[in-house]
Design a binder for this molecule. Structure first.
Ligand code: PEP
Ligand code: MG
Length: 606
């Protein structure tokens, strides 16, 4: 054990080596450096068991019911403490759902029955039911259902704590200043009670980007990393820890040098992003004035629009609407979708909003659609293939989009087009929906721009044919690279082959741009490639019209475009096309930027 210098009371535990790094999923950006406050794990594993005598049973049932009532009252109090205008106001429905879950048939009736018929004490009965629910959900490969199992655990744990007489609250609102909250899991009720001023960051064993708590931490702007698997077992309260919500890295027991480095990085990033923000407000015109690139944002949730606008987006280049469908048992209604699309369109006026139709399948699963398991989902019934198969669901989405199109500049983007027949089939459904809306006298934006995502190699090969059919083309490099290089983008074993700058990828992009130019159609890019500074000069040189990216990259990309000349980009592109390997091209581009702007542009990747 040793004291750290810069953290005064922080203790470095002797058991965990200094600078132990673990990687999880960065779900809310920013860096937190501070001391761990470790939240206790759920108590279900440590319940006493006792067989009741027949006379004890009625009292035990009453004790269980009273505990549920207390839990309900407590949840209601937390819910009502979220005032209107609070950053979590939009998420308070989650607490309503938890209140309802307390009386869930399996949890509530199941426990009562185990007490009455199985003569089990309430704690034992409830923990057994919770274990059964977990086992049932564990065998199902569905993120939504797994999240629901966690919800059952959150509410069950609350009742258990009351029954056991241990504090049912994790004292979220009483955390000391500069805390880094570490927990096996964090329920929405826990997150709702966090005081933003005291919590520097959050690190949890479980959870992903779409878990309720992740969404809430983003709204609260608290850096967070989830899916760390065992962080709650590795640390103790008082340990020093660094949580980097941008990279998903957590460093336990950092030494003074590491803390110093991260403090510098924290400061650097803060100042850097602050200073860059001014560029967000400027147009991305090359230094010689020869090219202007429209820079837009990718979003998954309506909530992200504010941040995109603050970073200078000139519209939304990709609204991944599947997030309206994921993480729930039912399908979103037309009204609900209309509300979301209308909100994004209104907030971006007069800029365009590119609404991508449902891209479910592959790694994105919507429980409500009950899709069959596929051996090779990335090449299966995904995106437009699926939509053409579930025409009712597709038509509902198109109705909502067309109606919302009255409220701004709306562009429709169809994912995973691989042949012209899919374009024709989609257009025909779109016409059908327009006609139906007109017949019903419902106002709709009839003439919305029609575009396709070019993300399958066959679409590149027929880009000239497709360009004649559409108003715009958008290159989805995330999938285009996966399909053209035959690299599963989810497979960590072949990740090293996933080369954005592979000469084949660059040639595919050039082919799409050429087709777009030949037919006077705008060509954009919305894959991750578009937001990485190293790729910008070559994309400008290739003649891309639009780049759509993670909002935080917008200012730096605009700054870079404003610092380079189109002529230089053309020359650089010409040279890069003479090269044979991705590594060679990468090194060339890196040096090109570094020679001109030493110390800039690679900061965010460090
Ligand atoms: C892409 O494939 O590049 C893309 C933008 O779509 P997604 O990442 O959602 O598949
Ligand atoms: Mg894609």
């Amino acid at each position: 054990m040793m004291d750290t210098d810069s953290f005064g009371s922080a203790i470095i535990s002797g058991e965990i080596p200094t600078n132990t790094m673990i990687k999880g999923v960065g779900v809310s950006v920013g860096i937190g450096i501070g001391q761990v406050v470790l939240m206790e794990r759920l108590v279900a594993d440590t319940c006493p068991c006792r067989i009741l005598s027949p006379e004890e049973i009625p009292d035990e049932v009453a004790r269980f019911e009273a505990a549920v009532e207390t839990a309900e009252n407590r949840l209601r109090t937390i819910r009502s403490s979220i005032e209107s205008g609070h950053p979590l106001d939009d998420h308070s429905y989650i607490l309503d759902a938890h209140i309802m879950l307390l009386r869930d048939k399996m949890l509530y009736e199941g426990t009562r029955q185990s007490i009455e018929k199985g003569s089990q004490n309430a704690e034992w009965a409830l923990s057994e039911i919770m274990a059964k629910i977990t086992a049932a959900f564990d065998s199902i490969d569905d993120d939504y259902l797994k999240e629901r199992a966690r919800d059952v655990h959150f509410v069950g744990d609350r009742v258990l704590r009351i029954l056991l007489g241990v504090s049912s609250e994790k004292k979220m609102h009483q955390l000391p200043p500069n805390s880094i909250l570490v927990s096996h899991d964090l329920s929405p009720a826990d997150t709702a009670q966090l005081k933003k001023e005291s919590v520097l960051a959050i690190a949890t064993d479980v959870g992903g980007k779409t878990s309720h708590s992740a969404i809430m931490s983003r709204s609260l702007k608290i850096p967070a990393v989830t899916g760390l698997e065992k962080v709650s077992r590795l640390v103790q309260t008082g340990d020093t820890i660094i949580v980097d919500g941008s990279t998903g890295l957590v460093i336990i027991n950092p030494d003074a040098e590491m803390i110093f480095r991260y403090r510098q990085r924290q400061e650097l990033l803060r100042n850097y992003h602050q200073s860059l923000l001014a560029y967000g407000r400027l147009p991305a015109v090359t230094r010689d004035g020869a090219r202007t690139i429209r820079v837009l944002a990718n979003i998954e949730l309506v909530d992200e629009v504010d941040i995109a606008v603050a970073h200078g987006c000139e519209g939304i280049g990709l609204f991944r609407t599947e997030y309206l469908f994921i993480g729930r048992p039912d399908l979103p209604t037309e009204e609900e979708q209309f509300g979301a699309y209308k909100a994004v369109l209104s907030l971006n006026k007069p800029y365009p909003v590119t609404i991508r139709t449902l891209d479910i399948g592959g790694d994105k699963i919507a429980s409500s659609l009950n899709l069959p398991r596929e051996t090779n989902p990335a090449m299966g019934l995904r995106a437009i293939r699926l939509c053409l198969n579930i025409k009712d669901v597709f038509k509902t989405q198109l109705r909502a989009i067309l109606r919302a199109a009255c409220y701004g500049h709306c562009r429709l983007l169809i994912p995973m087009i691989s042949c012209i027949t899919e374009v024709h089939a989609t257009k025909s459904i779109l016409e059908e929906v327009k006609q139906e809306l007109s017949n019903e006298g419902i106002p709709h934006g009839g003439d919305i721009d029609f575009g396709i995502l070019v993300e399958v190699p066959s679409a590149v090969a027929i880009a000239d044919l497709l360009a004649r059919e559409v108003d715009f083309l958008s290159i989805g490099t995330n999938d285009l690279i996966q399909y053209s290089l035959a690299i599963d983008r989810m497979n960590e074993h072949v990740n090293y082959l996933y080369d954005t700058l592979h000469p084949a990828v660059l040639r595919l992009i050039r082919q799409v741009v050429n087709a777009g130019q030949a037919y006077g159609v705008n060509v954009g890019m919305c894959g991750e490639m578009a937001g990485d500074p190293i790729n910008i000069p070559i994309l400008v040189g290739l003649g891309i019209d639009e780049l759509s990216m993670n909002a935080l990259s917008i200012p730096i990309v605009k700054k870079l475009i404003r610092s380079i000349s189109y002529e230089d980009c053309l020359e650089l592109t010409h040279q890069a096309f003479q090269m044979q390997s991705a590594q060679g091209i990468h090194d060339f581009l890196e040096k090109w930027i570094f020679d001109r702007f030493p110390g800039d542009y690679f900061l965010s990747q460090q």
